[in-house]
Ligand binder design. Structure first.
Ligand SMILES: Cc1ncc(COP(=O)(O)O)c(C=O)c1O
Length: 383
């Protein structure tokens, strides 16, 4: 099959496998377990491959958990800011770990949790998400330790609480960060929760996601050392990491084509067959400017400025400015880089804009189509 038509997401499975190999090596060397955070990347057709390297998935609710259980079938770790009774009842049947975000939720469900036979036979464990109140990131929106964070229990709220039935603690406070921030977070966790972690009944710690493990300049040796030291310090049986971005980073593109070029005074805006707001919402939400490649771009000569706009009617549905070495023309193929993570999982059918198809690519097998979208998918969502 030749290069797929636009619009399309293309995930390179060779690159994905390189990331998975790095993660599997960390897991072996550090003697820890690593699961994929489905909120970042959740293509079930790739779960057999991912399951060969990782220990399962972490889910944020019943739908992601079911996806993990039915398509990967390894460990399913679940944490949700709040559970509904009927969802929790379903999760008890197959999750390996269920983490609670508040003492109130744990106390509400403790009886039904501890009465479940899977708890009694050791197949199911319960944990609490903690908030070490130690901010290390730079973007407020991604900081679960901020002053009005709803995510995780502060030490203040854990005083004099009966922890019978809880066997682990879970924190997630990082986002695209390196080991020095993990180290300072572990110090903060020790200061606030070290006494709990040292208790004999606490046998595991989940250090969340946000670790940029597969970035070339990430200090994996330090990560391995930190994990080993943490396990040793608290006599933990297990330490879990749940990366999302690190699994799929640098593995996929969103392929678009130029449909029109409009001018507004000095500004040129190329209208593409993709939509930033519908297909790569983080570019506007975060916001950030993704790298793009213009296909068959000759050698850079003049830098010609363009904005790249989507086919939705939202005025802000455009990115830029970008600078190209030649004038754009209709049909030009533009490839948005690094679009595998937090894209396909977040895309919408807003404004009825055609959703990009999903393809896989590998050196050995070439391109293969995973899914095409059409009017019926738009209709089904709302109808
Ligand atoms: C609880 C939890 N675990 C894991 C992750 C994955 O984080 P990342 O994709 O940055 O590795 C997230 C992301 O928000 C999260 O909220």
């Amino acid at each position: 099959m030749s290069q797929p038509a636009s619009p399309s997401f293309i995930v390179d499975t060779d690159l994905l496998e390189s990331n998975l190999q790095i993660l599997a090596d960390v897991s072996t060397e550090a003697e820890c377990k690593i699961v994929l955070a489905l909120k970042a990347f959740a293509l079930p057709s790739l779960f057999p491959l991912i399951g060969r390297y990782l220990d399962g998935c972490c889910a944020s609710g019943i739908h992601e958990a079911t996806l993990s259980h039915e398509n990967m079938g390894k460990h399913t770790l679940v944490y949700s800011p709040a559970y509904k009774p009927e969802e929790l009842q379903d999760l008890l049947e197959f999750a390996s770990h269920i983490d609670f975000n508040s003492i109130h939720q744990w106390e509400r469900f403790r009886e039904v949790c501890l009465a479940h036979p899977r708890y009694a036979n050791g197949d199911l464990q319960f944990g609490l998400r903690i908030n070490p109140e130690h901010s290390t990131g730079s973007v407020e929106k991604y900081d679960p330790c901020g002053p009005v964070s709803r995510l995780g229990i502060t030490r203040q709220s854990l005083i004099d609480v009966d922890l019978t039935g809880i066997s682990g603690l879970h924190f997630h406070t990082l986002c695209e960060q390196f080991t020095d921030d993990l180290a300072s977070t572990l110090d903060a966790v020790h200061e606030c929760f070290g006494d709990l972690l040292s208790r004999a009944e606490i046998s595991w710690l989940n250090i969340g996601g946000g670790h940029w493990i597969t970035k070339p300049n990430y200090d994996r040796a330090q990560l391995i050392e930190l994990i080993k030291k943490t396990k040793e310090k608290y006599h933990l049986e297990e330490l879990w990491i749940e990366p999302g971005e690190a699994v799929a980073i640098h593995t996929g593109t969103l392929e678009a084509s130029v449909l029109d070029i409009v001018e507004n005074g000095e500004e040129k805006i190329a209208i593409l067959d993709v939509s930033p707001t519908a297909h790569m919402p983080d570019t506007l939400e975060m916001p950030y400017l993704p790298e793009v490649i213009l296909q068959n771009q000759g050698k850079a000569t003049d830098k010609i400025k363009y904005h790249l706009g989507g086919t939705s009617c939202l005025a802000g549905d455009q990115l830029g400015p970008y600078y190209f070495s030649r004038a754009l023309k209709l049909g030009d193929r533009i490839s948005f880089q690094d679009m595998a993570h937090y894209t396909m999982v977040k895309s919408t059918f807003f404004n009825g804009v055609t959703h990009p198809s999903i393809y896989l690519h590998s050196e050995q097998d070439g391109y293969s189509e995973v899914k095409k979208f059409g009017y019926q998918d738009f209709f089904n969502k709302l109808g």
